[in-house]
Design a protein around this ligand. Structure first.
Ligand SMILES: [Zn+2]
Length: 64
């Protein structure tokens, strides 16, 4: 994903920075434990499309 794009992306719910995980094709909001899908390289920054993560799942993804 373009680093310039990553720099400007923010969580639509809380405006905090998001973390990109290429292997899982997701953008993570650590504050709310949300995973936004990245489909064909395009981030889908919609809360309705985001997946809620358990604390363990978030830790695992952040560690990857
Ligand atoms: Zn958020």
């Amino acid at each position: 994903m373009d680093h310039g794009l990553l720099d400007i992306l923010a969580c639509p719910a809380c405006k905090s920075d998001v973390v990109y995980r290429a292997n899982e094709a997701v953008l993570l909001c650590k504050a709310e434990r949300l995973a936004f899908p990245v489909r064909e390289g395009i981030p889908v920054m919609l809360v309705d499309e985001a997946r809620s993560l358990s604390t363990d799942e978030l830790s695992r993804l952040l560690a990857s």
